[in-house]
Design a protein around this ligand. Structure first.
Ligand code: HEC
Ligand code: HEC
Ligand code: HEC
Length: 417
């Protein structure tokens, strides 16, 4: 590497060094490298920090749940031994692809090559590693990989298979093995008290999700939710079936007797819709939830809740919201240096600040330096008294409305029975 580039790299790593007086070309490269690091930083905070830690120390909140410690990406002793290509390959292929732990997920089916290089640059930046600058290869692919779709007929074939083989002990055992030992699922999901907590606890997956939804989601989560932190794992059809059968068998579909009146078929979807959106009514769900772009952002989007969740689970979410807190919507309590209490759902966090959205839908930005105490609370922002303020018929109507929503994408129509 030229001396000029080395100096440039060292300067950029220390940020803020005045670039004045530098030759134009160096200035241009510096801008390029800074842009690369900025991009890598955002991706890192979104996809990597929960395991590798906000500053790359290997101490993310999820790290304690892993049998293998996430690499210390900010430790020059560690990164110096790796070439840029080696780091690139580890991110692209995941641990299993480079003879490391399967708990490190593969991101090559989720992120573009250019994005992966930006992560390599950011890792060099975290490690203050001056010797191996990162530049985008000239022929780099900038588009994200194509997300697999559900071809017509695949869903039918799955359903038939699931009906016949879904309870077979061999199938369940193979699915469990793939989930825990082979793919990185267990690194992010808890089952019966063990496993990671980046994604939802799947101990009751069979109660919560329809089998068709699990099958379709795990093949390509990005197709449903482009911004999800779950990468596309790259499961083939057999693997998707086995894992789906295993998960669909977890957790009985519990139906307490006093739920029956709510679950009875024949509610009025039109009235349910009215209640959902009526700002003057007792339900007014759209204050916090949106459906196909209409409504608030405090709670999760419910556009595909009817395709993906079982009716008993949706009912449980309405009657007893605190039973399951949807991932990304746990509420935080902040005490500021000035003595102010703030509560809301955390929507963003980086190493300097936190953004929350409170139950009235207001966005609040807090600098970490201004925070005295911070606590994540296992409570729901969603009111717990709908069972008291709405009649059985009203809840039944809302449930009917939610489960009768047309699938968001045409291919999901195959999931609906
Ligand atoms: C679910 C937890 C988890 C997530 C998310 C995760 N990693 Fe890792 N990562 C690990 C673990 C565990 C290891 C250690 C693997 C080993 O040493 O066997 C690792 C190792 C690595 C390594 C070193 C590989 C080697 O060759 O030793 C790199 C580089 C890396 N991760 C980068 C990333 C990047 C970049 C992201 C985000 C795009 C990311 N990781 C997301 C868990 C995770
Ligand atoms: C890097 C972490 C990570 C890995 C690895 C991972 N997941 Fe997830 N998963 C998540 C997150 C986060 C969500 C929540 C989805 C969202 O709302 O963005 C999720 C959601 C899910 C859901 C529920 C979907 C829904 O509609 O809410 C299922 C089922 C699931 N994952 C199964 C799996 C399986 C099976 C694997 C392995 C093949 C896997 N996950 C690997 C993070 C992960
Ligand atoms: C004050 C805001 C608020 C109101 C009003 C509200 N919710 Fe929620 N809801 C939330 C939040 C926040 C979550 C996520 C946390 C949790 O799981 O409890 C949630 C979660 C849910 C879920 C679970 C989604 C999933 O996929 O896990 C369902 C279903 C739901 N709400 C339905 C409703 C219905 C129906 C109404 C109206 C009767 C309603 N909510 C009113 C805030 C609200």
């Amino acid at each position: 590497m030229s001396q000029k580039l080395k100096i440039l790299f060292a300067a950029v790593l220390m940020w803020g060094l005045p670039a004045t007086g530098w030759p134009n070309e160096v200035g241009r490269l510096e801008d390029q490298f800074k842009a690369l690091i900025q991009k890598g930083r955002a991706l890192y905070l979104h996809y990597c920090a929960h395991c590798h830690g906000l500053t790359g120390n290997g101490d993310g909140y999820n790290a304690d749940h892993l049998d293998k410690s996430p690499a210390e990406l900010s430790n020059p002793e560690f990164t110096k031994k790796k070439s840029n290509e080696q780091i690139f390959r580890a991110i692209k292929l995941g641990g299993a692809g480079v003879r490391k732990s399967h708990l490190m997920p593969a991101f090559g089916r989720t992120l573009s090559e250019a994005e992966t290089w930006s992560l390599v640059a950011y890792i060099r930046f975290l490690g203050r590693d001056h010797d191996q600058p990162v530049f985008l290869p000239e022929d780099v692919k900038r588009g994200r990989p194509h997300t697999p779709t559900l071809e017509p007929g695949v869903m039918e074939a799955f359903r038939k298979w699931h009906h016949e083989k879904g309870d077979d002990p061999k199938v369940l055992g193979d699915g469990r093995w793939l989930f825990r030992e082979k793919k990185s699922c267990f690194a992010c999901h808890t089952v019966n008290g063990e496993g990671g907590e980046v994604g939802p606890d799947l101990s009751r997956a069979g109660f919560m999700f329809t089998p068709g939804w699990i099958y379709s989601w795990i093949r390509s989560p990005q197709r449903v939710k482009p911004q999800t932190k779950m990468p596309t794992i790259g499961l083939d059809d057999t693997e998707s079936r086995l894992i789906t059968a295993y998960l669909s068998n977890l957790g009985e579909v519990k139906r307490p007797a006093d739920w029956e009146p709510y679950l009875k078929a024949g509610g009025d979807a039109d009235n349910g819709k009215k209640l959902f959106f009526d700002a003057k009514g007792n339900a007014y769900c759209s204050k916090c939830h949106s459906i196909q772009g209409k409504g608030g952002q405090v709670g999760p989007d419910l556009s595909y809740v009817g395709v993906s969740r079982t009716r008993p689970f949706i009912l449980e979410s309405i009657l007893a919201p605190k039973e399951v807190i949807t991932v990304g919507y746990s509420s935080v309590l902040i005490l500021t240096q000035a003595g102010r209490f703030l509560t809301g759902v955390k929507v963003n966090e980086d190493d300097k600040s936190i953004d929350i959205i409170n139950k009235d839908g207001e966005n609040i930005h807090v600098e970490k330096d201004d925070i005295k105490k911070f606590k994540t609370q296992e409570i729901s922002i969603m009111p717990g008294n709908f069972g008291d303020i709405l009649s059985v018929q009203e809840i039944r109507d809302i449930l009917t409305y939610l489960t009768s929503l047309p699938p968001v994408a045409s291919e999901f129509s195959a999931i609906k029975r």
